[in-house]
Write a protein that binds this ligand. Structure first.
Ligand SMILES: [Fe+2]
Length: 377
């Protein structure tokens, strides 16, 4: 018997008036001590943040600026340690995926006492975290990760050269406020890498072993919504309508993969980001073409996916993605990112991320992954 299932409990307020609901939401949660986590000091001067600060005026707010992208377990521990005695009962995160992921992680970590980085490393690795102690609210400032509507957080462990994932079905955001005004100051290279990350989420949700009817619909809609508006922004059109569409598309892609997880593209991309600092969105989107070529023989309805991208075949899709990246000065070959050809063999062994690679529709072995890496070398 086959069965479709889909679950996502996040209350979504989207659009430039979405903050109107923030006050009611904070009241509803009866928070006393709020952690306000932002990605940059300058964000506090943003017109949207003025509205947020007005709403929070009557509450005790601890503000922390968290500037790290791709946060490491040490960064997370430091923030946890700095705030654990504040009796935080609500976390509000304003930022990109890294800030949102750290906010989610803190909600789980506050439920327990941890005395060292090793304590939390062990807890996350072995999935021994408790039920989150408090809720979190998200105000995304980028349009790619979909972190606002997923229940997992990526935390890097550079010391142990691995990627950790803190996952809990109880740790979805209580509500998110997706205000496109927060996106307008994104540099173009970030717009492109974020938007392409979202298209990778959608693509992988579409073909994942654990895909479902609803995720497929969200995935196709996400890609169709993102690309024309990405192109408009790249051509210099800065109107809010385009950022609004990017944030909607990214959220739809997030909804799609919130119930499927990602597959080989994300699995293979992690060591590229960890070891060579290739931006996540660039690494993962460069892998769409070669992974799709491997998957093609068992994909049904690949025409729908290609047509959502506005291309006729996989080669055309690969060229389209590279063209977006090159237009904002992002290198599109591993060689240009200082990957040595002789490193590829070792790299292959780091590309099999648990929970992601085995979710690829076609089982890939080390030879397949070597071919994939070589094709973008
Ligand atoms: Fe991603």
């Amino acid at each position: 018997m086959t069965m479709e299932k889909f679950y996502n409990p996040v209350k979504i307020y989207q659009g430039k008036d979405s903050l109107q609901e923030l006050k009611n939401t904070v009241n509803e949660l009866a928070a006393r001590n709020i952690l306000l986590l932002t990605y940059h000091q300058d964000v506090m001067k943003h017109e949207v943040m003025n509205e947020v600060l007005d709403i929070l005026d009557q509450y005790h707010v601890v503000t922390k600026v968290f500037t790290v992208s791709n946060p490491d377990i040490n960064d997370l521990y430091q923030l946890y340690n700095d705030t654990k005695d504040e009796s935080i009962d609500l976390v509000i995160a304003v930022g990109g995926g890294s800030v949102l992921d750290v906010a989610k992680s803190l909600c789980c970590l506050y439920a327990d006492k941890d005395d060292s980085v090793n304590d939390i490393r062990h807890k996350i690795k072995n999935k021994q975290y408790k039920k989150p102690k408090c809720h979190w609210l998200g105000l995304p400032t980028t349009c790619g990760t979909g972190s606002e509507v997923t229940c997992w957080a990526t935390i890097w462990d550079r010391e142990q050269e691995s990627k950790l994932s803190l996952e809990s079905q109880q740790n979805y955001a209580y509500a998110v406020f997706v205000d496109p005004r927060l996106l307008i100051s994104m540099p173009k290279s970030l717009v492109v890498s974020s938007a392409l990350d979202a298209t990778a989420h959608a693509t992988e949700a579409y073909w994942a072993k654990h895909t479902n009817m609803i995720s497929k619909i969200y995935a196709l809609s996400a890609i169709q919504m993102i690309l024309p508006h990405l192109e408009a922004i790249m051509a210099g059109d800065q109107r809010l309508v385009h950022y609004d569409a990017l944030s909607k598309g990214s959220m739809l892609a997030g909804m799609a993969f919130s119930n499927t997880k990602t597959t080989a593209c994300h699995s293979i991309s992690y060591p590229l980001t960890l070891n060579y600092n290739i931006p996540h969105g660039a690494a993962v989107s460069l892998l769409i073409e070669p992974v799709m070529k491997k998957n093609l023989m068992i994909l049904d309805n690949q025409e729908q996916l290609l047509s959502a991208f506005g291309v006729k075949n996989v080669d055309e899709l690969g060229s389209k993605i590279k063209n977006y990246l090159q237009q904002v000065g992002i290198e599109t070959s591993l060689k240009k990112w200082n990957v040595k050809k002789e490193d590829l063999k070792v790299l292959v062994s780091h590309c099999f991320t648990a929970g992601r690679m085995e979710n690829n529709p076609r089982d890939l072995d080390e030879n397949d992954v070597y071919d994939i890496l070589e094709s973008i070398y």
